[in-house]
Write a protein that binds this ligand. Structure first.
Ligand code: SF4
Length: 293
């Protein structure tokens, strides 16, 4: 099965290989502080799904340098994607966020600014700021949708509805940004058909790219309690790959596949433990994909 991967897209669009540096803007999330909800999404770790990001206490320049040092043995890339990963990166003091994003985008080694956020945090001021940033260098916005199914959205405590996602995509596309939508496979109560419906919807939604994640059970989350109480059973590697392939088949041919699984932080990962061996998992997925060709 031929996929248009993020590496293909970066090579075709920017003519070079780029590596992601996970940064931390020091934001929180409206789903934790009571604005949209409390407690956060049931799977979200205390670090707001930014467990691999740099320390928010450091300024952005120091975070970029620390990230470069961290990956220096892994890649010969000299230009990078500044990825604001933790929590909701368009939620916070607009002046402070603005300074951080502009500091990152003006760094000579940064080729792209990528901002992870929630669709309910794309207001007028944010759109205006993103437009200004996009005049400097390319900007990607990553939206955590996870599922299109309202029942599941309520169960995972996502705290916004599907039309909010549609409106966010449309606003971001109006200013020409690259939009990446995150979905999670293996959410409680979802069948493979539910997952493929979400993938198909994302494929039609106007998003340019997709990140497909495995649901990890992380220590200290409400999902961990469900897992201990036997109310949630994680997917096997084989079942995950079957569902993943079914989802990939639903995507339009030009959609950029940014991710096909994820690796939860090892210190927090309770299940499924097979996901801790990322190399083995990716080898298995690639073997299964090549069998389809
Ligand atoms: S919206 Fe993102 S940061 Fe906020 S609780 Fe959910 S997963 Fe965590």
């Amino acid at each position: 099965m031929k996929l248009y991967t993020v590496n293909d897209y970066i090579r075709d669009t920017y003519g070079e290989k780029l590596y992601k540096l996970a940064l931390n803007a020091g934001t929180t999330c409206p789903n934790r502080d009571g604005t949209a909800g409390t407690g956060g999404c049931i799977f979200c770790s205390a670090k707001g799904s930014g467990d691999f990001a740099e320390d928010a206490g450091m300024d952005i320049m120091a975070q970029i340098e620390a990230g470069k040092r961290r990956i220096s043995g892994k890649t010969d890339c000299r230009r990078f994607i500044a990825y604001f990963q933790s929590f909701t990166n368009t939620y916070g003091n607009p002046e402070i966020l603005r300074k951080k994003f502009f500091a990152a985008i003006h760094h000579p080694d940064i080729a792209i600014l990528s901002i992870a956020t929630r669709p309910d945090c794309i207001g007028d001021d944010t759109v205006a700021m993103l437009k200004e940033l996009a005049a400097v260098k390319p900007v990607w916005v990553e939206l955590g949708l996870q599922t299109i199914h309202e029942k599941t959205a309520q169960l995972i405590n996502r705290c916004y509805t599907l039309p909010v996602y549609d409106r966010a995509v449309s606003r971001l596309k109006t200013i020409g940004l690259h939009v990446v939508t995150h979905m999670i496979l293996g959410l409680p109560g979802e069948s493979v058909q539910d997952m493929t419906e979400t993938a198909a919807y994302i494929g039609r939604s106007g998003a340019d790219g997709i990140k497909l994640h495995l649901l990890h059970v992380l220590s200290g989350t409400p999902l961990a309690d469900m897992y201990r109480n036997k109310e949630y059973e994680p997917m096997s590697m084989e079942a995950y790959t079957d569902a993943l392939i079914s989802c990939l088949k639903m995507l339009p041919s030009g959609m950029v596949v940014h991710r096909m699984t994820g690796d939860g932080p090892k210190k927090l990962l309770l299940a499924p433990l097979w996901s801790g061996d990322k190399k083995r998992v990716l080898n298995y997925i690639h073997r299964r994909l090549s069998d389809i060709n």
